[in-house]
Design a protein around this ligand. Structure first.
Ligand code: RM4
Ligand code: MN
Length: 385
């Protein structure tokens, strides 16, 4: 049990700055009270998530949503709040120039602009001390014949190589895939295989990020996780959950069993070992629920799934597997999943001086009432859609 507790304490889950701003669907972005008006206030909210869970010490930024004049100052502000800057997420999807793509656009001028933005993101990594660049491209085509699928792969490879060469010591990029949306016929990085092939060609500083919402229904995500970890190419996760497509709901909400299966493969593949560098990031939007509690709940959901995955009796499982005991092996697996780990996690928090129930402790803290009263006037942060 002490081993399990130590592993759970060492796990870090990264919150996304954009989860704290207003968000919505393409139909409506709802404004909520107390929402941050700038990246500094977003970091303050993220620090609350860390204060109550104890395991969310870094915050991912999205550029240009989190554009500031002085990134070193923003990083200093984060440190003062007890958090650090996590992955820098590039954004080459919200400019009129990108209607037909960014790094795969047929026009060299647009490709240059997009690649320059990615290079600027590496500058921001330098200034903030972030070691991870996350690349997601909305690039793709809507109609058969619209553009040359293969040429777009060449353009993508060219841009990625330029960014890769710019990475400094200890820096890496994570390439994200998504099967559809906003492009509907084909995207240019639709699946893990495409991302993996580009990353393998580039080298060790390029890894794949698995966004749990970016697969077709029924895809066995834990298999992808097992495979990528085995190859040393699993850079991290964008956790969220989905019922239909890229719903961006709270991780573990739709299918906690899937999250457990994913976390089991992470544990099995050594993804929680110190130094493997698997980043556990949330990529979510809280459209109708309050944002800080939404993030606290999400962090707890990942932690619960991790605890259950760590409880799998690996020896008993291996023995049952070796004997071909199908039902026995499955029972070992299910026993761990069906264990109520909440008392263990409450104990763990108390041991490190935290309240046993982070949701209740945050609700009682008065922080929400304070930001709702203070953050009036000014423009609330949103995702710019
Ligand atoms: C994309 C993708 C990226 C995220 C943006 C907001 O669908 O998941 O990771 O940064 O959304
Ligand atoms: Mn994502």
């Amino acid at each position: 049990m002490t081993d399990i507790k130590a592993t759970l304490l060492a796990q870090h889950i990264e919150t996304p700055s954009w989860a704290f701003g207003n968000s919505g669907t393409r139909f409506k972005v709802f404004a909520q009270k107390g929402v941050p008006r700038d990246p500094y206030e977003k970091l303050a909210d993220a620090a609350q998530v860390h204060a109550y869970t104890g395991i969310a010490p870094t915050v991912a930024l999205h550029i240009p949503w989190d554009k500031v004049d002085d990134y070193a100052d923003l990083a200093r502000h984060a440190r003062e709040l007890g958090v650090g800057i996590g992955a820098i997420n590039s954004n080459v999807f919200q400019d009129d120039d990108y209607m037909l793509g960014s790094v795969t656009h047929p026009s060299g001028r647009v490709r240059r602009k997009a690649t320059d933005h990615l290079l600027e993101c590496v500058d921001i990594m330098d200034a903030t001390g972030s070691d991870t660049l996350k690349l997601w491209f909305s690039d793709g085509i809507n109609y058969p014949g619209q553009d040359d699928i293969r040429a777009r792969q060449d353009r993508l490879a060219e841009s990625l190589a330029e960014v890769y060469d710019r990475l400094g010591e200890g820096q890496r990029f994570l390439l994200e895939y998504k099967l559809f949306e906003p492009a509907f016929y084909t995207t240019d990085v639709p699946d893990w295989g495409t991302a993996y092939a580009h990353c393998v060609k580039l080298g060790p500083k390029a890894q794949v990020v698995v966004d749990t919402g970016h697969h077709a229904p029924g895809v066995n995500i834990e298999f992808i996780v097992a495979f990528l970890l085995r190859e040393g190419k699993l850079g991290g996760f964008d956790f969220n959950s989905r019922f239909y497509a890229d719903d961006d709901l709270m991780v573990g909400a739709a299918d906690p069993f899937q999250l457990f299966r994913i976390m089991y493969e992470v544990v099995r593949g050594g993804g929680l070992d110190a130094g493997t560098g698997v980043a556990f990031m949330l990529d979510q939007c809280h459209n109708i629920e309050p944002k800080i509690p939404g993030q606290i709940r999400s962090v707890m959901n990942v932690q619960e799934a991790t605890a259950k995955a760590l409880l799998v009796d690996r020896e008993a499982l291996a023995a049952a597997q070796a004997e071909g005991d199908v039902l026995g092996a499955n029972a070992v697996f299910m026993d761990a999943y069906n264990t109520d780990v909440r008392p263990l996690l409450a104990e763990l928090r108390e041991e490190r001086g935290l309240a046993p129930d982070p949701m209740a402790a945050y609700a009682k803290s008065g922080y929400f009432e304070k930001i709702a009263a203070e953050r009036v006037g000014g423009q609330q942060a949103g995702w710019g859609a």
